[in-house]
Design a protein around this ligand. Sequence first.
Ligand SMILES: CC(C)(COP(=O)(O)OP(=O)(O)OC[C@H]1O[C@@H](n2cnc3c(N)ncnc32)[C@H](O)[C@@H]1OP(=O)(O)O)[C@@H](O)C(=O)NCCC(=O)NCCS
Length: 119
Amino acid sequence: MKLVDEAGGLAATRHARRPVVTVAVEGMVFHRPVPTGSVLRFEASVVAVGRSSLDVVVDVQQEDPIAGTLERVHTANMVYVALGDDDRPAPVPPLSPETPQELERHRAAMDRRAARVRG
Ligand SMILES: CC(C)(COP(=O)(O)OP(=O)(O)OC[C@H]1O[C@@H](n2cnc3c(N)ncnc32)[C@H](O)[C@@H]1OP(=O)(O)O)[C@@H](O)C(=O)NCCC(=O)NCCS
């Protein structure tokens, strides 16, 4: 989970070009057990942004280097907030989802945002 947070924070920082803090872990699914010593691949994508907040999906895949296969083992929906020099929330650049997967993940993140507002 620490590595997931680090991967997500890095993706958010790259997009914001500012330091970020983790503000919420909205969902974590462990799809299958991960044996100690497994080779893991982390892929973190910014899927939606607000004024200062960024929704990031982190996918973790287990690699079998002999078989040359990747299997999804973990998915997390994280929220980060970009901070300005005053350590207060600062604006982030807009996001332009384009591919079908980006558009689908953006729509799902906007649904989560709407649910947050509804409480
Ligand atoms: C992140 C933080 C600076 C935000 O401060 P704040 O006074 O709540 O600021 P705001 O109310 O202006 O909210 C800023 C943004 O955070 C979002 N936000 C705040 N709380 C949130 C939550 N629980 N879940 C999702 N988003 C949240 C707001 O929606 C807003 O998004 P927007 O700018 O895109 O509209 C403050 O909550 C904080 O410092 N939290 C602790 C972070 C931390 O220590 N993380 C490390 C954990 S190990």
